[in-house]
Design a protein around this ligand. Structure first.
Ligand code: GCB
Length: 614
């Protein structure tokens, strides 16, 4: 009840900013868009002079020294104390840290600015500015007017451009980006990854008709016996479409390959439907079949490629399309190590998935936040299963309701963007959060929210484990609410040496599938020596060998693992000058892109597991 009142209050106070996810437009790749990627001007503004006046109040909209304005100097005597120049540009998309030395450690405000023309502004169309992600807070201004604000560094958002504001020539677009860390944000101040700032993902101008399909969820209906369906060769598909506002008329759902063309009457903002598909080929890692799905409304066709599959838990097992699944996973950050920068485009996704495939993995854990959409689209087409997570990481302020709202909003944006991706099988509501009543309530509420939004995936979180010489026992109270029990384990790196692993016993308080969501050890690529010598590739290889022995004696609910981590990644917390130098070295691939010895150890284990499950 209290939550509801708070939500209503927030809606009244911040109708557009905090609740932007209600207006989120999905599948922007297949809509009419104009890319606004490219070179943008910037001003570094650590004192936020462009935003606050000298009494530290937000500047008036028409203040010529507000950095969203661009007053033209007319007389030599005119005063102007800011400006955008071709001498100061940043590439969009892209983090700022990797683009110039001055940004490497910068955390604060940077103003981004560019101009753009539109070939023709149609009076009957709607126009939206769409951002794939901006880390962390974005204030967006067009032609001197503020369109809105968004918080959350890894999820998309869009703002509608009011009619009359968009011009055909010289639109002046400004984004204030602020990546300062705060205790009451998601994530909080303390993370083991680099706080890359900037407009890190694509920016687009979307044009739509007056009324359009804004969001949809189309999937294999969860409540159907998949074995029966396979036998009868008849599958149920269920879906829901959401328009940008209430409307009437009709809409057609077409899946030509399945000979489906269904006309649906519209009366309101949403339409739900069921379809029956004969001879459907289910999506799986072995055969990642995607169907062309078209939504035809008032002469406009919105296309997508969607795979149909069923993921479920049955007792101690995870089943995909009714068959027992073993997750040969690997964790990764959204980072290109050779260039020490955030990954941002299709080429980057291809590099990362190239490594994943080479490892014989069938799954990725996208740590610790939603990655860009190229990743999940590629996972769909390559047949790689995905765990996608929100950055509820470590010591979030779990007692604060407004912090909960921020986490829930990121969760919603993640789910809305990717719920048509067959590859995504697990939503994770967080990682290694310290057990307390407030934390368990907070995360339980996130799980409940996830279940309301999406019944076709599993929910998990990386839980706490009690290390014990006798038995490592998992009884984290959050495990009562997750579909699978997942834990990060580092026995042999953070405690003991790898030799201790083979004897380790594992116990779980819950009768559910068990996943090891992390395990790993550091090694400097190219550094060799005795296996007992920390930071050598041999130490890491030994750690993996012993981990594999441990995996072979796990309880029978053990359903897969996602070692930490595919490649070395930057972290300000890693300051051993000889071996780390600002990098977390637990990668199986080093910062030059070279595979370490342990890569091959895990690859071989995964090859064996693959044959075992065939
Ligand atoms: C963990 C965290 C991960 C760290 C990793 C490490 O448990 O979930 O974010 O980077 O350990 O390397 O210590």
């Amino acid at each position: 009840m209290y939550m509801r009142i708070l939500q209503l209050f927030l809606f009244l106070v911040f109708p557009f900013s905090l609740l932007a996810q209600d207006n989120l437009i999905i599948n922007t790749a297949n809509r009419q868009t104009q890319s606004l990627n490219g070179k943008w001007h910037y001003i570094i503004d650590p004192y936020e002079t462009g935003f606050y006046n000298y009494r530290f109040k937000e500047k008036n909209a028409d203040d010529p020294e507000a950095y969203w304005n661009n007053p033209v100097i007319k007389n030599a005597s005119d005063r102007k104390e800011h400006g955008y120049s071709d001498n100061y540009t940043l590439n969009v998309p892209g983090d700022w840290n990797s683009q110039a030395e001055v940004f490497k450690y910068y955390e604060g405000t940077v103003w981004y600015q560019r101009e753009f023309d539109v070939s023709s502004v149609a009076a009957n169309n709607r126009y939206f500015l769409y951002f794939g992600a901006v880390n962390y807070e974005a204030q967006v201004y067009l032609n001197g007017e503020k369109l809105g604000m968004h918080k959350g560094g890894f999820t998309p958002f869009n703002f509608e451009i009011p009619k009359q504001l968009l011009k055909e020539k010289e639109n002046f677009l400004v984004v204030k980006v602020d990546n300062k860390r705060h205790p009451d944000e998601i994530p909080t101040v303390n993370t083991d990854w680099w706080n890359y700032g900037g407009i890190t993902r694509d920016v687009k101008l979307i044009s739509t008709p007056e009324t359009f399909v804004q969001q949809y969820a189309i999937q294999l209906k969860q409540e159907q016996d998949i074995e029966q369906a396979k036998k009868k060769k008849s599958f149920e598909i269920s879906g829901n479409l959401k328009f940008n506002h209430s409307t009437s008329g009709s809409v057609n759902i077409q899946i030509p390959e399945l000979k489906i063309n269904k006309k649906l009457a519209i009366d309101g903002r949403e339409v739900s439907f069921n379809l029956t598909a004969r001879k459907l080929q289910l999506w799986s890692p072995e055969k990642p079949k995607l169907y062309d799905v078209q939504i035809v409304f008032e002469g406009n066709t919105l296309s997508d490629k969607i795979g149909f599959r069923k993921i479920e838990v049955s007792g101690k097992d995870i089943l995909l399309n009714g068959e027992k699944l073993f997750l040969r996973g690997i964790c990764l950050h959204e980072e290109i190590p050779q260039e020490a920068r955030r990954a941002k485009n299709e080429t980057d996704a291809a590099q990362l998935f190239g490594w994943v495939k080479d490892l014989n993995a069938n799954m990725v854990r996208l740590a610790h936040y939603p990655h860009n959409e190229y990743m999940t689209r590629m996972a769909d087409s390559l047949g790689v299963l995905v765990w996608s997570e929100i950055p509820v990481y470590w010591t979030i302020n779990f007692k604060n309701d407004s912090v909960y709202q921020k986490a829930e909003k990121q969760l919603e944006e993640m789910i809305i963007r990717d719920r048509n991706k067959a590859s995504v099988i697990i939503w994770s509501v967080g990682n290694e959060t310290p057990v307390s009543e407030a934390r368990t309530n907070f995360m339980h509420n996130l799980i409940k929210k996830t279940k309301v939004m999406d019944q076709t995936r599993l929910v998990s979180a990386a839980l706490e484990v009690h290390y014990n010489r006798e038995e490592n026992f998992i009884d984290d109270p959050l495990g009562a609410y997750t579909d699978v029990v997942s834990v990060n384990e580092y026995l042999g790196w953070y405690g003991d040496l790898p030799g201790a692993k083979a004897q380790a016993k594992w116990g779980v308080a819950y009768d559910k599938p068990l996943l090891i969501s992390e395990t790993g050890a550091g090694a400097k690529g190219g550094y060799h020596g005795e296996k007992e010598q920390r930071w050598t590739e041999e130490f890491q290889e030994w750690y993996y060998e012993e981990t594999i022995k441990m995996m072979q004696q796990m309880p029978e609910n053990f359903s897969g693992m996602m070692p930490w981590i595919l490649a070395d990644f930057r972290s300000p917390k890693r300051n051993n000058p000889q071996f780390q130098d600002g990098w977390n070295r637990k990668g199986l691939i080093d910062d030059k892109g070279n595979k370490k010895k342990a890569f091959f150890t895990l690859k071989e284990y995964y090859e064996n597991m693959e044959t075992q499950y065939e």
